[in-house]
Design a binder for this molecule. Structure first.
Ligand code: UD1
Ligand code: CA
Length: 458
């Protein structure tokens, strides 16, 4: 297999986004936009990927920290796409093979499409092959000018095109395959004599034609795929298409999405078969969801591991948490980071948890805050229970043993522990450790003043 290197152009700011954040880092379906063409390049077999960066260079670099196949090339001043590729070539010295050139703002590009242009380019031993598309409204794109025999002659930019050339509907996608020898030998012959005073990468096509080398254009079947995102309208449109693809894949894998149009599943989420997801859910952060689960409407799940047969009821929010099998959560529960729930745990409405471990079969059915706690098996936490974990300076732990029954309206003032099998009576404020098998009770004795109300009446 011939080697493949990829150059991704991403030095521009993306002014039309009207954003403090560089365009290619705006997220689309859970990934920074530029991560999509990078993934497509990897999927097409690229060993080395060079990102041409300029604006917010360190932020772009940071998005790929730890990726061994990514290198970055600085383009200090954006003098045009030809200049950008020239900057990248310094990091590819000595490379022999095919160079794939992509833009960082085309999140819809798929690996299959890159594989087909690569195969076409290599079969025909071309010097340069450009991916094109037929557009009903080609405004703004470079147009592909062909000779009377239909052979590619050159690409002309919108701003340089004649009236007649502007009628051409075949446009340049900005995606190319080039032979490395051709690219290295000719990149420095591009000049900036054009309407924008830029070094146009597209000039390499006419250079190839003039030298009698093979220069090809492959029209893509799906014009959506090469859509470049320039503003937030297009970003939303790209997100919609990406989500459609993700949802389709889950459905084909056996997941029921009641309404795919309103189900927002990010890249990198795994869901088992026979799980049913109701409208309005948002699932992301690489979550893994088991099979046979039911996820009711308007649930938000991020960075969670959820076992089989769980039931997440409406409007619950789950963050960085781990759930065993057959767990029920919600409605309107909030599992904050570090929540670990064993098999058959039940968390009811208006319960908030944070950094807790809860053993098999334990329940907190209503209106409770459990934070920084270690809770055993078969524990019942009554309505209105609060772990008072914060003294204003430090966080403290609460430990509750197996089989404990905590009555309603109990405050556990941490650090404190309740030994296994004990009962804490309703309304108790626990401030000292409770030994196992005990009753803990702290109540102010009740006073009844008979006839009191009658005396108050005028
Ligand atoms: C370019 C093509 C055009 C094509 C269109 C497809 C040229 C001359 N024109 O036009 O034929 O139809 O893409 O979307 O190539 N970039 C840099 N450094 C630079 C200039 C650009 O990194 O100095 C990056 C941008 O960040 C962007 C990409 O290259 O990701 C394309 O640049 P842009 O200015 O958007 O080119 P277009 O005018 O759209
Ligand atoms: Ca563009």
């Amino acid at each position: 297999m011939e080697s493949l290197a990829t150059v991704v152009l991403a030095a521009g700011k993306g002014t039309r986004m009207k954003s403090g954040l560089i365009k290619v880092l705006h997220p689309a379906a859970g990934l920074p936009m530029i991560a999509w063409p990078v993934a497509a390049a990897r999927g097409a077999g690229s060993d080395a990927i060079v990102l041409v960066i300029g604006h917010q260079a360190s932020a772009v670099q940071g998005a790929f920290r730890g990726a061994a196949d990514i290198r970055c090339a600085m383009q200090e001043e954006q003098l045009g796409t030809g200049h950008a590729v020239a900057c990248a070539l310094e990091t590819l010295t000595g490379f022999r093979g095919t160079v794939l050139i992509l833009c960082g703002d085309t999140p819809l590009l798929r690996a299959e499409t890159l594989r087909s242009i690569l195969a076409y380019h290599r079969e025909n031993k071309a010097a340069i092959t450009v991916l094109t598309a037929l557009m009903d409204d080609p405004f703004g794109y470079g147009r592909v000018v062909r000779d009377p025999a239909g052979r590619v002659n050159r690409i002309v930019e919108q701003k340089d095109a004649t009236e007649e050339e502007r009628e051409i509907r075949e446009i340049n996608s900005g995606i190319y395959c080039m032979d490395s020898g051709f690219l290295f030998n000719n990149i420095n012959d591009i000049n900036n004599n054009n309407a924008q005073g830029e070094y146009y990468l597209t000039d390499l096509l006419s250079i190839a034609v003039q030298k009698g080398l093979t220069c090809l254009a492959l029209p893509t079947a799906d014009a959506d795929e090469i859509m470049g995102v320039n503003d937030r309208v297009q970003l939303a449109e790209a997100g919609r298409i990406l989500r459609g693809r993700i949802n389709r894949e889950h459905m084909l894998n056996g997941v029921t999405l009641i309404d795919p149009e309103t189900t927002y599943i990010d890249h990198g989420v795994t869901i088992g078969a026979d799980t049913v997801i109701h409208p309005g859910c948002q699932i992301g952060g690489g979550s893994v969801i088991g099979s046979g689960c039911e996820i009711e409407g308007a649930v938000s799940i991020s960075d969670c591991r959820i076992g089989d047969d769980c039931h997440i009821k409406a409007a619950s929010v789950l963050e960085s948490s781990e759930l065993g099998e057959d767990v029920a959560v919600g409605p309107m529960a909030h599992l904050r980071p570090g929540t670990v729930l064993g098999k058959k745990v039940k968390i009811g409405n208006f319960v908030e948890t944070k950094k807790i471990v809860m053993g098999e079969g334990s329940k907190a059915s209503h209106l409770t805050y459990l934070g920084d706690a270690e809770i055993g098996r078969d524990v019942n936490i009554g309505c209105g229970t609060i772990t008072c974990n914060y003294d204003g300076v430090n966080k403290h732990r609460t430990v509750i043993g197996d089989g404990v029954f905590i009555g309603s309206d109990v405050q556990l003032v941490a650090p404190v522990s309740v030994g296994r099998n004990s009962l804490v009576a309703a309304g108790t404020t626990v401030t000292v450790d409770v030994p196992p098998d005990s009753l803990a009770l702290s109540r102010v004795p009740q006073v009844n003043k008979e006839g009191w109300r009658l005396k108050k009446k005028p």
